[in-house]
Design a protein around this ligand. Structure first.
Ligand SMILES: [Zn+2]
Length: 303
């Protein structure tokens, strides 16, 4: 079993990307108009399809594939997945749309930024333009009174969307609210370059104003105390940014900046041992996410 009922009309599908558990998941909203949130990466599409079978969902009954953004681990599998879901349309931010239609540039930049991790995710296939619904805000009718609210939450990416489902009032933040480590009940920044702190903080305020009950992280899983978590995440981003700015000013290396963050962020300290020895997170969290703050600080200094 790799599907789990996690709320009213709501299921989590563990994608086990690259054989890793608790790394990436998709969600299924079992409304009159059946909706998937996140395709996950190309390499995980077979897992997602077997999850649908496990839940008894006929492929032709899926109406929407709502992706939070086009990064390989979230929307990379959309093109491949749609070949199996004949009636599904993709919800995406208009700035993400060209990358779904022509993923070549996305793929080559992912290979540069992520290195071997991009190979775990697999190369995205193109999504036919007529199957894409570009959207930045509003409400999608899921039938029988159910709704999916669309919220533009930039910062992690210039095109990140979040969604709120009406059955449980939970929010799918994509990467706008960090990475959740369910084994430790800890959240860490998801901030690869180009990261925009002010936009990220404004997005978190937007999500807090919705007063969500729970968060459904794409990395990874359902977490309670949503509002507290979002406001803690804001503080954490500000802490990392302050240290990165000091480090850039004093010409510290990435490692020095990271060490100072670890020394000052007690939440990070609880999980740093685990992250250090994780094949994926050691690359993404310990390198790319710190680098996102450094690039941000450098830009701020130059402006
Ligand atoms: Zn991600």
């Amino acid at each position: 079993m790799h599907t789990r009922e996690i709320g009213k009309n709501l299921f989590q599908i563990e994608l086990e990307t690259g054989g890793f558990k608790n790394l990436i998941c998709s969600y299924l909203i079992n409304s009159a108009k059946i909706t998937l949130v996140e395709s996950g990466p190309t390499s995980s599409v077979p897992k997602l399809l077997s999850g649908l079978k496990e839940l008894g969902i006929p492929f032709e009954s899926v109406e929407y594939l709502a992706i939070t953004h086009v990064h390989l681990d979230h929307g990379g599998g959309a093109g491949t997945l749609l070949k199996f879901l004949p009636n599904a349309k993709v919800l995406v931010h208009p700035r993400g749309m060209p990358h779904l239609i022509n993923p070549e540039k996305l793929w080559s930049s992912a290979q540069t930024v992520l290195g071997f991790v991009s190979e775990f995710f697999g190369k995205p296939e193109s999504v036919p333009k007529e199957r894409i619904i570009p959207i930045t805000a509003g409400t999608i009718d899921l039938g029988e009174g159910a709704k999916l609210k669309v919220i533009e939450t930039l910062g992690h990416a210039s095109h990140n969307l979040s969604y709120q489902e009406s059955f449980n009032r939970g929010v799918f933040p994509g990467d706008a609210a960090g990475t959740y480590f369910p084994e430790f009940d800890v959240v860490l920044p998801t901030t690869p370059p180009p990261f925009h702190l002010e936009a990220a903080l404004a997005s978190l305020d937007k999500l807090i104003s919705l007063q969500p009950t729970v968060l459904y992280y794409s990395h990874f899983g359902k977490a309670a105390n949503a509002v507290q978590r979002l406001s803690d995440y804001k503080n954490q981003l500000q802490l990392w940014a302050t240290i990165a700015e000091e480090g850039v000013e004093k010409n510290w290396s990435l490692e020095q900046i990271r060490d100072k963050i670890v020394a000052n962020d007690e939440v990070f300290r609880r999980v740093v041992g685990f992250v250090k020895f994780h094949r994926i997170y050691s690359k993404t969290v310990l390198e790319n996410c710190v680098r996102g703050f450094i690039e941000y600080a450098k830009q701020k200094q130059a402006s």
